[in-house]
Design a protein around this ligand. Structure first.
Ligand code: FAD
Ligand code: NAP
Length: 312
């Protein structure tokens, strides 16, 4: 087991974590960043990013995150490929542990982001990886010329439906309300696409499939206004109903809101524990964008730097 020490440890390697680390390195704090299981964060599972400033042409999500990693490494950030499993914020210095290592830090910036939500159906779990997926860009390839469905009405669902429409024979978007929350530009593209059909006011109530070979064959949907049940013959079902904050390991140490997001002081990234700061999607149930996550990573660094200066 290796033991690491740092003035500031950043947990997470999404836009928030890398930005905090880049600033901390430039300030001479010799930061250490623990990347987590999803190195690069959520943008590693998307295709083109068109709204991160500085890239006049679309940039692939994984490439954008590789560039952030390179920038951090070039500035001397210590990046450890590890996943924190427990924290102890009782007193400073704070202790963090993983399966392999232990870490000790004068201040911590939590940038653990968010993970995909699932519907919670038994057969959804059973057929996950056998038709049910949480990532069109990862699994869409397997459904060339097959009918698929996407669940959700936000930007992710809209983008996944549009992405899949280039591969699949047809895409049914299943949304529980009669209007989408996706950006207007994406809605316009969805409505105009000849291969995309929308099932409004509908929810998935079951996933159908066979055991040998294990494979899903359809989804049962219910219209919430008419109570009508119908079966969709689809080979793939992409769940895109949002994300939940990755805060499980912090819940007995710092204050969370009702949805599990980390609470921070108004206008600050300071959590309920002095010296522990939070940045990005893990504390932001509202904006959840790469650029806002990066911005709050910068704020968390500024708060941590002031804290360390004043504590000294
Ligand atoms: P995340 O990107 O979620 O990264 C969290 C990091 O924490 C990961 O590196 C993970 O490994 C790490 N981690 C978690 N738990 C631990 C632990 N216990 N120990 C160590 N590390 C841990 N936004 C845009 O602005 N434009 C877009 O085009 C866009 N497209 C998107 C497409 C998709 C499919 C999705 C899902 C999101 C998209 N977003 C987009 C939103 C954007 O990806 C997020 O707002 C942004 O990534 C949040 O950054 P973050 O740094 O807070 O966290
Ligand atoms: P989201 O905006 O929270 O949307 C989730 C969608 O799933 C909503 O339409 C919601 O329905 C639906 N939903 C939630 N729980 C459900 C359930 N149990 N059953 C059925 N439907 C359910 O999540 P997101 O689309 O993943 O986006 C997350 C953030 O990333 C957003 O801030 C988004 O703007 C950002 N993002 C941006 C881009 C981009 O800028 N290009 C791309 C992707 C994501 P209701 O509408 O009824 O609540």
């Amino acid at each position: 087991m290796a033991q690491y020490q740092a003035k500031v440890i950043i947990i997470g390697s999404g836009p928030a974590g890398y930005t905090a680390a880049i600033y901390a390195a430039r300030a001479g704090l010799n930061p250490l960043l623990v990347a987590g299981f999803q190195k690069g964060g959520q943008l590693t599972i998307t295709t083109d990013v068109e709204n991160f400033p500085g890239f006049p042409e679309p940039i692939a999500g994984p490439e954008l995150m590789e560039r952030m990693l390179s920038q951090a490494l070039n500035l001397g950030v210590r990046v450890v490929d590890d996943h924190i499993t427990e924290v102890d914020f009782k007193k400073r210095p704070f202790n963090l542990v993983s399966e392999q290592n232990s870490y000790c830090a004068d201040s911590v910036i939590i940038a653990t982001g968010a993970s995909a939500r699932w519907l919670g159906l038994e057969n959804e779990t059973k057929f996950r990886g056998f038709g049910v997926s949480g990532c069109a860009t990862c699994d869409g390839f397997f459904y060339r010329n097959h009918p698929v469905a996407v669940v959700g009405g936000g930007n992710t669902a809209a983008e996944e439906a549009l992405y899949l429409a280039n591969i699949a024979s047809s895409v049914t978007l299943i949304h529980r309300r009669d209007e989408l929350r996706a950006d207007k530009i994406l809605q316009d593209r969805l409505f105009a696409h000849p291969k995309i059909n929308i099932e409004w006011d509908s929810v998935v109530v079951d996933v159908l499939g066979s055991d040998t070979p294990k494979s899903m064959t359809g989804a049962v949907i219910k219209n919430l206004k008419t109570d009508k049940i119908k079966e969709l013959k689809v080979d793939g079902l992409f769940i895109a109903i949002g994300h939940k904050p990755n805060t499980e390991i912090f819940k007995s140490w710092i204050e969370l809101d009702n949805e599990g997001y980390i609470k921070t002081n108004p206008g600050s990234t300071q959590t309920s524990v002095e010296g522990v700061f939070a940045a990005g999607d893990v504390k932001d149930s509202r904006y959840r964008q790469a650029v806002t996550a990066a911005g709050s990573g910068c704020q968390a660094f500024l708060d941590a730097e002031r804290f360390l200066r004043e504590a000294k």
